[in-house]
Design a protein around this ligand. Structure first.
Ligand SMILES: [Zn+2]
Length: 241
């Protein structure tokens, strides 16, 4: 009776191992290549900030997103997918669904800022803000959720800082800094995620730069470089080395 049970247990353990092992090695392989979801914000009827007679935020974000994809196309360990590659409407909930369905490792949303006056200029990066449960009555599940949130927020902040540094090389003294805010498109997204406000469509100098193809390429280059830097220093990559 005892022996039979022992055999049964051993067999079950082996069976579980056989089932689990291929899955876990598959999970490790996943990180040979990272999927980056790049979001050219707005689109279609939702034009965003107006830059000139015919040119809107939706056009600038789409142009830069395409250039980021081109730039990263040369990297073996990074693959880029866009939330839209043409001028079309996509709702915020649909964008969130796309991120979740894609299994992406990182998300970046591109925007053009607008100021109340013409003097505001420069770039800034947002990461998703949230409040830790402070009731003291948190169930362990709530604490666990907060821990996961904290981890990806730390990752988002790390990524945001790399972007700010690389953007600062193109636009010296135009760094408006790192900001935390509840961002709808980042709501419920549990991967490193940031919003990049590339510049102000309401500022003459920023506008000129944002509509210039060469500057768009530089911005795309700075973002692509930041993504490469982020993953080159990522712990998962070090494990594989
Ligand atoms: Zn926008």
């Amino acid at each position: 009776m005892m022996n039979k049970l022992f055999f049964k247990t051993t067999f079950s353990v082996l069976l579980v191992l056989l089932l689990v092992l291929p899955l876990s090695s598959k999970a490790e392989n996943r990180h040979d290549q990272y999927l980056i979801m790049v979001d050219p914000a707005h689109g279609g009827q939702d034009k965003g900030v107006k830059l000139s007679g015919k040119l809107y935020e939706k056009d600038v974000t789409l142009a830069i997103a395409g250039l980021i994809k081109d730039d990263l196309g040369r990297s073996k360990n990074v693959k880029v997918r866009l939330t839209r590659s043409v001028d079309r409407d996509i709702s915020i909930p649909d964008r969130v669904k796309m991120i979740k369905k894609s299994g992406a490792d990182m998300f970046i949303s591109l925007h053009v800022n607008a100021g109340f006056g013409k003097n505001s200029s420069g770039f800034e990066v947002y990461f998703p803000g949230f409040k830790l449960s402070s009731t003291g009555k948190s169930a362990s599940q709530e604490i666990l959720k907060d821990m996961i949130k904290t981890e990806y927020i730390n990752d988002s902040v790390r990524f945001a800082k790399i972007i700010l540094r690389n953007m600062g090389k193109i636009f010296p003294r135009k760094d408006r800094g790192l900001r935390s805010a509840p961002v709808p498109v980042l709501d419920g997204v549990d991967i490193p995620a940031v919003v990049l406000e590339t510049g102000f469509g309401t500022n003459i100098k920023d506008k000129k730069q944002l509509t210039d193809r060469t500057t768009q390429k530089s911005i795309a280059g700075a973002v692509a470089k930041s993504i490469r830097e982020y993953f080159d220093r990522s712990p998962q990559i070090r494990q594989n080395d």
